[in-house]
Design a protein around this ligand. Structure first.
Ligand code: GAP
Length: 513
């Protein structure tokens, strides 16, 4: 646990030190769970957004884009169920005065039981060596079977109580499990209460005529209410999708873990409109397709897993998360939800406008069903950033810090150094920059010894360093160094563009899908 915390602290401080993420309003002591993206962070975020947009919109001729406003008519949130049901069950500890999400307290308790199972598995694997059969061990070792049964029983009861809105039972569960406040160790709890997560604001100048608005808690509703406009103007036929990226706002109570859970964040969502009855097959299709997108970035298959939901949101008939191994364990990165016709039907009912599609093959009108894919851009940023940050031991016994970002997403693709600040080397380095900058983000650095400049760019995540030396003046060659292998090669200046292009080109990466 302490190791996990240390790793995570390193991620946060590296993000600040290298100009990726800053605390919002830092000079005023910060604003909790709100962050700003700095010079490198803004580039990385833009590249992730682009990687998603190309995969979803550009490469699918049946998906189009949208950029809906954040402000929307307030009845939308009544229709979508967010006014009545977008709640978290909260509980306060009377001694520490700290507020927690009741379901998270129980889930953390279960995670500890799962941790014990993992420990037993590790111990047994060590004991039995090659003969170890994990599946068999999990189903036959009595201690493990008991742990698993306990975890399942707790989660089932929690799911049922939340579904029935039985908050008294959620509190009883916390008390029966003797869950203590992580801060004070006290078990002195208040009752569990529901808390709506939407931020309110006002539209209009005078207090009596102003209209109450909400800042959107998801971008999806902008897509639903524009469904027919887009379908008609693009002349799309079902099945087709609408994709958008944009800010969403939630008054998160347990907003810890850096940019994992923020109050202002960005989503990348796609609603896929389909014929009723085909939702199961499209749900499976998008689950598989989105996993392929993640794997194309080469961050290791073992770092992802699906988690099928038992407790479904008010709009879904099936839902799964793609979970990622963050420094604090496996957590949700993306959601794939089969949302039925819930949203379109509700908007039809509340607006009094028909939101139906005429299917020429079936020769009838219907309200389409929807399968959505929804990923947090900031959360994807954290997944990539934390997974890429490594401390490497070198052969000479020293260590180096490297940010092994997938090259396609790196903020700066190449750094160009003159070996020394004289003899015409800076001029040639700048000439190279002038040529490369039309295709890639590149930077110039002449400060310190070349070794230190390499280290700086390793920590910055730059895939290539290019050094101009005296030989360069004679034969128009330079040294190019690869970040991950530290291999250096002598190449012609005229070949630089194609060498870099080969490693950072989005097409090559997306073709791995
Ligand atoms: N339209 C469906 C929807 O909004 P969700 O599971 O509530 O579903 C989708 O959110 C994704 O948005 C999550 O998987 C996560 O990546 C991201 N997300 C949700 N709340 C977030 C928060 N407070 N901070 C950062 N990302 C968040």
């Amino acid at each position: 646990m302490a190791k996990q915390e240390d790793t995570f602290k390193r991620v946060i401080s590296h993000a600040k030190e290298y100009g990726y993420v800053f605390q919002s309003s830092e000079i005023y002591d910060g604003l909790s769970a709100v962050y700003d993206y700095a010079q490198n962070g803004a580039e990385l975020k833009k590249n992730i957004r682009e990687y998603w947009w190309r995969a979803m919109v550009q490469l699918n001729d049946n998906i189009v884009g949208l950029d809906a406003a954040i402000f929307m008519h307030p009845t939308i949130w009544k229709a979508s169920g967010h006014v009545d049901a977008f709640n978290d069950p909260l509980i306060d500890n009377k001694d520490s005065k700290k507020r927690y999400r009741a379901d998270v307290l129980v889930e953390d308790y279960v995670a500890k039981i799962e941790g014990k199972i993992e420990k037993e598995v590790k111990k047994a694997a060590k004991r039995f060596g090659e003969a170890f059969n994990k599946e068999e061990f999990l189903s036959t070792n009595q201690r493990v079977v008991d742990y698993q049964e306990k975890a399942n029983t707790i989660l089932k009861r929690l799911g049922k109580s939340l579904e029935n809105e039985d908050l008294t039972d959620v509190k009883n569960l916390i008390e029966e499990l003797e869950i203590a406040c992580p801060l004070s160790g006290s078990k002195n709890w208040t009752d569990v209460k529901q808390f709506n997560l939407m931020f309110g604001t006002k539209l209009g100048a005078s207090a009596d005529t102003a209209m109450d608005l909400y800042l959107r808690p998801e971008t999806a509703q902008g897509i639903f209410v524009n469904f027919l406009n887009v379908q008609k103007t693009s002349r799309m036929k079902i099945p087709f999708g609408i994709a958008q990226t944009g800010k969403a706002f939630r008054n998160e109570i347990v907003a810890r873990q850096f940019i994992f859970r923020m109050r202002e964040f960005e989503q990348m969502e796609m609603q896929f409109f389909i014929k009723p009855g085909t939702q199961k097959e499209w749900y499976e299709h998008w689950k598989a397709h989105r996993m392929k997108w993640h794997l194309s970035l080469g961050m290791g298959e073992d770092n992802y897993r699906f988690h099928d939901h038992e407790k479904l949101a008010h709009y879904a008939d099936a839902a799964a998360d793609i979970e990622f191994r963050f420094p604090f364990g496996f957590k949700e990165l993306e959601g794939i939800h089969s949302r039925t016709d819930f949203d379109l039907s509700k908007h039809q009912e509340f607006s009094g406008k028909k939101l139906q599609y005429f299917d020429t093959e079936e020769n009838k009108n219907y309200v389409p069903y929807v399968v959505e894919t929804s990923i947090g851009l900031d959360r994807m940023f954290l997944a990539i950033f934390s997974n890429s940050l490594v401390e490497e031991e070198l052969e000479n016994g020293s260590t180096r810090t490297v940010l092994k970002l997938p090259a396609v997403l790196a903020p700066t693709k190449a750094a160009i150094f003159p070996l020394v600040k004289k003899d015409g080397l800076p001029e040639l380095a700048k000439e190279i920059i002038e040529d490369l900058k039309w295709d890639f983000n590149v930077l110039y650095d002449q400060k310190d010894a070349v070794g230190r400049r390499y280290r700086r760019q390793d920590a910055n995540g730059t895939p290539f360093c290019i050094t101009v030396d005296h030989q360069s003046l004679e034969d128009k060659t330079v040294t190019i160094r690869h970040r991950d292998t530290m291999q250096q090669e002598r190449v012609a200046i005229v070949d630089l563009k194609s060498i870099i292009h080969k490693e950072v080109d989005m097409k090559t990466w997306l073709q791995k899908m």
